[in-house]
Design a protein around this ligand. Sequence first.
Ligand SMILES: NC(=O)c1ccc[n+]([C@@H]2O[C@H](COP(=O)([O-])OP(=O)(O)OC[C@H]3O[C@@H](n4cnc5c(N)ncnc54)[C@H](O)[C@@H]3O)[C@@H](O)[C@H]2O)c1
Ligand SMILES: [Zn+2]
Length: 253
Amino acid sequence: MPEKKQTLETLREWISLSSRIVFFGGAGTSTESQIPDFRSATGLYQTESRQVYSPEEMLSRSFFFTHPEDFYTFYKTKMLYPDAKPNLAHKALAELERRGKLEAVITQNIDGLHQSGGSKRVLELHGSVHRNGCLSCGAGYTLAELLAIQGTVPRCKNCGGLIKPDVVLYEEQLDSDILHQSVNAIRQADMLIVGGTSLTVNPAAGLVQYYRGSRLVLINQTETAYDRFAQLVIRDPIGETLGQAVWGDGVKL
Ligand SMILES: NC(=O)c1ccc[n+]([C@@H]2O[C@H](COP(=O)([O-])OP(=O)(O)OC[C@H]3O[C@@H](n4cnc5c(N)ncnc54)[C@H](O)[C@@H]3O)[C@@H](O)[C@H]2O)c1
Ligand SMILES: [Zn+2]
């Protein structure tokens, strides 16, 4: 295994040498935007609620249909952060795309912050809270429109049908087109930056295995099962790290 040089210098150097960078991230990419990651959300839920359901259960397709009230109560309070702003990680990745260095951002997040940070090619493996659709007539709703509807369970203004967020729930398949595009982007990448993901949720986490190059960078505050495959492991906050790698010291947008 190549030597691990845990320095920002190496990250900068590899970025300068690469032209087909792919970023693959998860909830940790958005914690610096004050959106808790999955574990924190789970912790919050467990301490605050006396519900008997686990978050995984409540975020499942069957639960959505059998307990829409409980689903939407959990979803609206724990999954939606309509006022969150992109952080340095989102902005640095958008800048790399503008410079012609980055091919795609692949994310497990559903918060839309890569797009609001300026990224154009974003592959959303788990969908987005910003798209919502009526299951009866297909009418589409933005997040703001969904939240403006009275009542816990949003019903369609046209037909009264149940509205479902376009997020991939447990028991649901990932969109195969998005998955294929992600595999292709990773296969063709000359550098893969993986960040802010515990790499525990499959099939998303397994995508890392498609990378064939020798610049695999893992930026995560805690250890992951893939650390030993990476040529560079950085345990610092991802926004700060990518911000410094792209703009140098002292840059805060
Ligand atoms: N923002 C969102 O859209 C959001 C939020 C919570 C959960 N989720 C969903 O939950 C699932 C959880 O899987 P996951 O792997 O994405 O998240 P996860 O919570 O399992 O793991 C997050 C990882 O990021 C690390 N981390 C947290 N903040 C960091 C920072 N500032 N810098 C570097 N590392 C940091 C943590 O140590 C952890 O290992 C995903 O499927 C995702 O769709 C999404
Ligand atoms: Zn409708």
